[in-house]
Ligand binder design. Structure first.
Ligand SMILES: N[C@@H](CCC[C@H](N)C(=O)O)C(=O)O
Length: 270
C-alpha cells in the first residue's frame, strides 16, 4: 500500500515528511532507520511526522526522528520546512507548530523563506542535560565548549578552524551528556557573522543544523563574542539568528521541496 511523503530540505539538511493527521502510520524506530538509510531507503537526515495538534492554537504536532531511530525534541531546519508545507496547504502565513520543545510560531516571509520562533534557550545544567552539575558556559571538557538546550542538547566549541570536526562522534557520546548531544564547531568571523559545522546527534555531520545555529549564536552572545543578531554560514548556506531581548531565538532561512513520492512502508523492516 503506497504511503505519500514529502522530501524537503533546509540548506541541504534533508527530511522525509509523513502526514499522520489522517491516521497513524506503522513507523517504528527500525523502520525509520531503514527509510532514512541513503542507499537502501529514501535517505534523509531526519524523518518528520505530522499528527493532529493536541494544544490550542497549534496547526499540527510535529515530531523529529534521527536516522538512528532516536527522537529529537527540536529540529530547526525541519520546522521551517513544515511551516512552509502548512502555509502552502492552508494559506495561513503564521502557522504554529506543536513540538516536544513547545509551541513554535512561524512566519512565512516569502515563498520558501521562513522565520521560526524556536523558543527560549534553556541554560541550566539539568536542562541540557549534563550528567553532573557544571557551568554550562564553560563545560569541563577539553576545548572549553558551552552548552544549552534548544529543546535538544547542544554543545558549541569556539574554534580557529575545523580540525576538531572528527571528534564530534566521540563528543556526542561523552559521559557528560546522558542524552548525548549535538556538537557544534563555530569560527567567529566578526560579532555578526560566524561559520558553523555541526555533528548532529544520531545523524553525523550534516550540511546545516538550525537548532545548532541557534545554540551557537546564543552561546556566542553569552561569551561576549557575538551580537544578538548574527548570520551563520553553514555548509548548505546562510541562516540569520536573533536572540531577542525577551529571550526568544528567531531563526530565518530557506525551506525547499525536492520532490513528493510514495513508498510501501511494509517493504521496510519493522
Ligand atoms: N537538523 C536539526 C536537528 C535534528 C535533531 C538532532 N540531530 C538531535 O538529535 O537533537 C536542526 O536543523 O535543528
Amino acid at each position: 500500500m503506497p504511503t505519500f511523503f514529502y522530501k524537503m530540505h533546509g540548506l541541504g539538511n534533508d527530511f522525509v515528511i509523513f502526514d499522520e493527521r489522517p491516521g497513524p502510520l506503522p513507523l517504528t524506530p527500525a523502520r525509520i532507520a531503514a527509510l532514512a538509510e541513503r542507499r537502501r531507503g529514501i535517505g534523509c537526515d531526519q524523518l518528520v511526522t505530522l499528527s493532529p495538534a493536541t494544544r490550542a492554537g497549534a496547526d499540527a504536532f510535529v515530531r523529529f526522528f534521527n536516522p538512528d531511530g532516536s527522537e529529537a525534541g527540536a529540529c530547526g531546519n525541519a520546522s521551517r520546512c513544515v511551516a512552509d508545507l502548512l502555509w502552502r496547504a492552508s494559506g495561513n502565513a503564521h502557522p504554529v507548530l506543536q513540538t516536544l520543545a513547545g509551541l513554535l510560531p512561524a512566519t512565512i516571509n516569502a515563498p520558501g523563506l521562513v522565520t521560526v520562533d524556536m523558543g527560549i534557550p534553556r541554560l541550566g545544567w539539568q536542562d541540557v542535560p549534563l550528567a553532573a552539575p557544571a557551568d554550562t558556559l564553560h563545560l569541563p571538557l577539553p576545548g572549553d565548549p558551552a552548552a544549552l538546550s534548544m529543546g535538544n542538547p547542544h554543545a558549541t566549541f569556539f574554534v580557529p578552524d575545523f580540525a576538531m570536526l572528527g571528534e564530534g562522534e566521540g563528543l556526542e557520546h561523552a559521559p557528560l551528556f546522558p542524552q548525548r548531544a549535538n556538537i557544534g564547531f563555530a569560527i567567529m568571523q566578526g560579532p555578526a557573522r560566524m561559520r558553523l559545522k555541526v555533528h548532529e546527534r544520531g545523524a553525523g555531520v550534516t550540511e546545516a543544523c538550525g537548532s545548532g545555529a541557534c545554540a551557537a549564536v546564543v552561546n556566542a552572545v553569552r561569551r561576549g563574542l557575538a551580537e544578538r543578531v548574527c548570520d551563520v554560514e553553514l555548509d548548505g548556506g546562510m541562516l540569520r539568528i536573533e536572540w531577542t531581548q525577551d529571550d526568544h531565538v528567531l531563526m530565518t532561512g530557506p525551506a525547499a521541496t525536492a520532490y513528493e513520492g510514495t513508498v510501501d512502508l511494509t517493504a521496510y523492516p519493522s
